[in-house]
Design a protein around this ligand. Structure first.
Ligand SMILES: Cc1cc2nc3c(=O)[nH]c(=O)nc-3n(C[C@H](O)[C@H](O)[C@H](O)COP(=O)(O)O)c2cc1C
Length: 213
């Protein structure tokens, strides 16, 4: 009887493990060569108009490229496309809200972790047009990690905002290089974001970033 219950526990554990493992969606490898030159992309960088935001979906490759540009590994196991204070791993997380649900970008595996299958795009921007974007990135300060390192809220907020600026500028340049629309948005429904993403108290939404083509 005792043996059976141990086997039962192990079976439940394996099912749970399998479901957790399958909740990660591997992205295609990011493009790391070719494409438009940096200076040409700088010349083209702009925000797509909010009122007429492009509604088309990005391909998996385009999404992979833009996420990698924002905080992907570019030098082995601990070097990223954006600078982070003290060389810490990225302390601004990127969530992606799409019609298929909400995901968290895992830079270490270059994959998307399933957060929920709910489409929250219409609930998180304060401006109505945000709902038109095929993908809304939500940048969130990982306050727990920063507090452990610095223990000074002013410094932590500043460092997270600097990182978010670098990340979103990379996203703008990637969008220019691949010819799709992007827009930084500060006006967001913070309470809805916190509850939809089930954020701990330490974590702070910084901005949302619309993508579409
Ligand atoms: C810090 C910051 C906050 C912004 N917040 C919003 C916003 O809440 N809503 C919006 O429609 N655009 C927002 N934008 C986009 C700007 O309006 C846009 O970047 C600006 O008009 C300049 O256009 P450009 O990016 O094409 O140069 C924001 C941009 C920045 C940098």
């Amino acid at each position: 009887m005792k043996k059976l219950s141990i086997f039962g526990f192990m079976a439940a554990f394996l099912v749970l493990w399998a479901s957790i493992a399958s909740a990660a969606i591997k992205l295609p490898d990011p493009q790391t060569s070719g494409g438009m030159g940096l200076f040409e992309a700088l010349k083209l960088r702009q925000s797509a108009p909010g009122g007429n935001f492009p509604k088309g979906e990005l391909s998996a490759q385009e999404l992979s490229n833009v996420l990698w540009a924002m905080s992907g590994l570019n030098r082995g196991d601990s070097g990223w496309t954006v600078p982070m204070a003290n060389g810490l791993p990225p302390y601004v997380r990127i969530y992606a809200a799409t019609k298929d649900g909400t995901f968290l970008y895992d830079w270490s595996r270059h994959s998307l972790e399933d957060i929920s299958d709910k489409d929250i795009r219409a609930d998180i921007g304060a401006q109505r047009f945000a709902a038109d974007a095929s993908c809304i990135l939500i940048l969130v300060e990982d306050g727990g990690t920063l507090a452990e390192q610095y223990g000074d809220e002013t410094v932590e907020t500043e460092f997270a905002n600097v990182a978010a600026g670098a990340m979103t500028q990379h996203a703008y340049l990637a969008a220019a290089a691949m010819n799709f629309g992007a827009r930084y948005i500060h006006s967001m429904k913070i309470e809805n974001i916190v509850s939809s993403l089930r954020l701990p108290e330490t974590d702070r939404p910084i901005c949302i970033f619309l993508l579409g083509k």
